[in-house]
Design a protein around this ligand. Sequence first.
Ligand code: FES
Length: 149
Amino acid sequence: MNYDQAFDREDTRAIREMLSGSGYSDKAIEYYLNRPNMGSLPDANQVTELTGRCGDTMKVYLKLEHGRIEDAKFQVLGCPGAVASAMAAVDIIKGKTIEEARTIKDRDIFRVLGELPDQKQHCIRLAVKTLLKALDGHVGSNDLDPEGG
Ligand code: FES
């Protein structure tokens, strides 16, 4: 193990402890650290961005085919709650029809994450609203969410 690997491991442990102590579940921490659905989709046919009142921004890329979500990714400029919520949202909606995905609720994401600090519940809201906005087909760029994230 070289110095960088040792440092990374120590760093990750410290982040894990910090998040766990703040009220994030292990699942939410995994999403935050591993970011399985983070990035862009070059063949997306729906790209929508939303900024919460907190200043965090999410951009969702959807690849829609025959009324179904074939693939999805999020880019997130935001807190651990925002990253975890966006990653969970993708896992929930991937493979679903647009109509099915439209029924996504905050509690669906919360159920996947298990636990999030109380003051981070609005991060789930921002992920849901970004997704619903995308599904409604409102292509946005840097729109400010009037109700906050
Ligand atoms: Fe803004 Fe988490 S603090 S989405």
